[in-house]
Design a protein around this ligand. Structure first.
Ligand SMILES: Nc1nc2c(c(=O)[nH]1)N[C@H]1C(S)=C(S)[C@@H](COP(=O)(O)O)O[C@H]1N2
Ligand SMILES: [Mo]
Length: 543
């Protein structure tokens, strides 16, 4: 058996898979990126993997977890396809069945996504068909390696190949039979050339096709529609940021987080592209008076603008899944007042176009806080990845229970009747933001010089506000930090403290107290199920 043969078989399988994925991406230009098999299956994985595994992925890859998932899926698929190619050379039916199984997985994944329609099956069906055709062409069709030396002997081969050893003298005497066309000695050079040309051409075409598909799908996005949006002026402007809210040259997270620097967390493998021209918001469920709004209707309403600090429940102590922006939007309270929730409707479910849901206490949306149906972020239409055209922003609640991006429904229901996306996955139904503080400077393991060192960072307790921040060194007495001015209780505040640093290894710790007089607990608890607790601790060396 030629040693290159298994490699050729693997190459045939890999090429078939590449043709399948590439052609599926092209078809998905018309059916939408979420119907492409890699993305659809990836989405199914995101929604169904056990929570610890997902946390591991986030720990390993951070905000690159989605790219890691797609690349990982592609690598795994490539490997499996290579094995399928080797099996197909022995039995074509096994290879074809494998491809059919993958296509079926793609179809099921695409059809079970929220808002799927039957056409979403097309990319996987077309990809599966062309992938199967490719495999057949290499194994038994026009591009066949002639012959596959390890394929089972055909009856003709059996007749040509003696099964009994030929007596030595007879063999020596008899002239060797010329190799028949089905000889098992190895593929002829011409057949190899044809095979490899086929591989090269198909791999190239599928890659170019797939990338073109992605690129075309990207151009079908809504960035042009977003750029055309003209936001109305607010009837109630955000209070100006007081001078000194930013501590100046101190390396602390800036008071207002730019849209580019704002953290992004969501379950969407491809960012939903929602056309504002067709967007609708339904306020429905347990209400006396259901309402439906277009984007133009929403923009025509009186808008307010507020600074609100948004935090993710998955933010570790000292982490950076938090940001502060100036949001422009319509108070959700006003829409609820018009819809008139019925008694017992204690939960408002925000539903995204991609089916993701969050459950917000109705009371939190009506108690007078600036809960917004936001259209603007820092003076611009919402960035697409931050929820364009419309999202929810609710001060004082973690994002997963309040900050629905690409929102298209507010459904009044009860907590008893409906669990939003993260609740069955082990996260709390109720999730008010916990009082927290973070040291931004010095950085962990910084090497400092003895003398005065500025210790500074941010602290937050949305809705309650921060009354005091304290720092201690090596477990010594707590020292009061200076608080910078802030806009409101709904945003973070910067703090600083001048440390007379002495030579040696030191441990810095911070804790905040909210305006209700509650001091941040020392008890360390993990992010699940309702937000991390504990004091941010930074170790430094002073020389
Ligand atoms: N549609 C949708 N909205 C969502 C999410 C999501 O997965 N899908 N994640 C939520 C979570 S967990 C957080 S912390 C915030 C983050 O908002 P950002 O990405 O704009 O910072 O969005 C919330 N809104
Ligand atoms: Mo989050």
């Amino acid at each position: 058996m030629s040693s290159t043969t298994p490699r050729y078989a693997a190459l045939a399988g890999f090429t078939a898979a590449t043709v399948a994925i590439g052609s599926a991406e092209l078809v998905a230009v018309s059916t939408g990126p979420r119907s492409a098999p890699l993305v659809a299956v990836g989405g199914l994985v995101v929604d169904t993997v056990p929570e610890p595994l997902k946390q591991l992925g986030i720990t390993l890859f951070g905000t690159y977890d989605k790219i890691a998932l797609l690349v990982g899926t592609a690598l795994l698929l490539g490997g499996v396809a290579a094995v399928l190619g080797m099996l197909a050379v022995r039995r074509l039916a096994v290879g074809l069945t494998g491809i059919a199984a993958f296509a079926l997985l793609g179809v099921v994944a695409a059809l079970t996504r929220a808002g799927a329609d039957p056409a979403d099956a097309l990319p996987s069906l077309v990809g599966g068909g062309l992938g199967a055709l490719t495999l057949w062409a290499f194994v038994a069709g026009p591009l066949e390696l002639d012959p596959w030396p390890w394929s089972p002997p055909t009856p003709a081969d059996a007749a040509a190949t003696p099964t009994q050893p030929i007596p030595a003298d007879a063999a020596a005497a008899a002239p060797q039979p010329p190799p028949a066309s089905g000889a098992r000695a190895g593929a002829g050079p011409e057949s190899r050339r044809r095979f490899l040309t086929g591989v090269g051409t198909l791999l190239g075409a599928a890659t170019v096709g797939g990338l073109t598909g992605r690129w075309l799908a990207g151009r079908r996005g809504v960035s042009a529609a977003r750029e055309a949006v003209v936001l109305p002026a607010p009837v109630s402007a955000a209070p100006p940021v007081p001078p000194g809210a930013d501590l100046g040259p101190t390396p602390v997270a800036s008071y207002v987080t730019s849209n580019n620097a704002f953290y992004r967390i969501d379950t969407a493998l491809v960012v939903p592209q929602v056309d504002p021209a067709t967007w609708r918001l339904r306020v429905h469920g347990r209400v006396r008076n259901p309402i439906e709004l277009s984007y133009a209707d929403l923009l025509a309403r009186p808008m307010v603008e507020r600074y609100v600090t948004l935090a993710c429940v998955s933010n570790e102590v000292g982490g950076d899944l938090i940001g502060n922006a100036r949001w422009l939007g319509v108070p959700i309270r006003e829409l609820l007042d018009e819809a008139q929730p019925l008694d017992g409707a204690d939960q408002v479910v925000g539903r995204s176009v991609d089916g993701w849901t969050c459950g917000t206490p109705t009371a939190a949306l009506r108690d007078g806080r600036d809960a917004l149906l936001a259209v603007g972020m820092n003076g611009e239409p919402l960035p697409v990845e931050h929820g364009f055209p419309v999202r929810m922003v609710v001060p004082g609640l973690y994002g997963y229970v309040s900050a629905c991006k690409w929102v298209t429904e507010l459904e009044l229901t009860s907590f008893a009747d409906f669990d939003a996306y993260w609740v069955p996955r082990g996260w709390s139904e109720q999730a008010p933001v916990k009082t927290q503080s973070r040291i931004d400077t010095p950085r962990p393991r910084n090497r400092l010089t003895a003398g005065e060192v500025v210790v500074a960072g941010v602290a937050w307790a949305q809705r309650r506000g921060i009354s005091q921040v304290e720092v201690r060194v090596d477990g010594g007495p707590w020292q009061r930090a200076t608080l910078a001015p802030t806009v409101s209780v709904d945003t973070w505040v910067q703090w600083s403290w001048r440390w007379p640093a002495t030579v040696g290894e030191h441990t810095l710790q911070v804790r905040a107290t909210d305006r209700d007089g509650e001091t941040q607990t020392a008890r360390r608890s993990p992010v699940a199920p309702d937000g991390a607790t504990g004091w941010h601790t930074v170790e430094v060396t002073v020389r």
